[in-house]
Design a protein around this ligand. Structure first.
Ligand code: SF4
Length: 271
């Protein structure tokens, strides 16, 4: 189950990010996220799905351990409500891991629920990572992954397909290196995220020739390449394409709808 919750905007300013469009301008009001979760859980009940069989992804279009976005009281209330779920997945920037994350993980673990943290590594290309204003370098990701490993918190990694500042002809080769890096960090799941020219910064980069939006063919090629890399490393790492806005890639593409449906089906089977 993926729960889309509305809260405060992320304080970081990654150049490719369009998630702020789905956030509030002000601090998340206390109690708002816990209340939103209750609505989602009621739907789960309606469908007769037991929480103990459910992986729950809590998606707040920001960082879960950023206190303006997720007040401490809500985080603890959410952890209490999620105890007993098969797994809980939240997103965090590597620089925001720390005591809040640890407390949340411990509260879940007291109900036998494992926490999985998703981090946006985006690419292993050090210069592009810097140019995208990620606010973290490859060493920061390595330290964050180790911190999670030491606390038995699972790791999911997001990688971009169609990375700004990388030539089109080099995209797949860098994606392969990024998948290798994600595996080395100990990721159990890797989600490939096609970039979108939906914000002014990305449109400006596209006009300046520093960014080319990915095609459906590039996304498919990236997925096949990622699977090949993972096959050579570990059968346990699951790779899929994030289904968010995938339909945008189908416009004018022969057989686009069927190809998008295939990617969505793969994503659904590897959540
Ligand atoms: S850290 Fe995540 S949510 Fe924040 S700006 Fe970057 S991509 Fe967007």
């Amino acid at each position: 189950m993926t729960v889309f919750m509305v809260g405060a905007e992320c304080p970081m300013r990654c150049v490719y990010c369009d998630l702020w469009q789905h956030t509030l301008d002000e601090r998340t009001p206390e109690g708002a996220l816990a209340a939103q979760l209750e609505v989602a859980l009621a739907r789960l009940d309606d469908r007769g799905w037991p929480l103990s069989d459910t992986r729950v992804k809590l998606y707040n279009a920001s960082n879960f351990f950023e206190p303006r976005a997720v007040p401490d009281r809500d985080a603890m209330a959410i952890a209490d409500r999620m105890r007993g779920a098969r797994r809980v997945v939240v997103e965090s920037h590597p620089g925001l891991l720390g005591q809040r994350c640890q407390r949340f993980a411990e509260r879940l673990a007291s109900g036998d629920t494992r926490l999985e943290v998703a981090m946006g590594l985006e690419t292993a290309h050090p210069k592009a990572l810097r140019q995208m204003r990620k606010g973290a370098d490859l060493d920061d990701f390595a330290k964050a992954a180790q911190w999670l490993r030491e606390r038995e918190i699972a790791l999911r990694i997001f990688l971009l397909v169609g990375v700004p500042f990388i030539d089109q002809g080099d995209q797949v080769a860098w994606l392969e290196r990024s998948v290798e890096r994600a595996c080395a960090l100990g990721a159990e799941r890797i989600a490939l995220i096609p970039t979108r020219a939906t914000v002014p910064e990305m449109k400006a980069l596209a006009s300046a020739g520093a960014f080319e939006p990915p095609t459906l063919a590039l996304v498919e090629q990236a997925l096949e390449a990622a699977w090949s890399v993972v096959d050579g490393v570990s059968q346990d790492v699951m790779v899929s394409v994030d289904p968010w806005d995938l339909e945008l890639l189908a416009a004018g593409v022969p057989d686009g709808a069927r190809r998008i449906a295939r990617l969505q089906q793969i994503a659904a089977s590897r959540r």
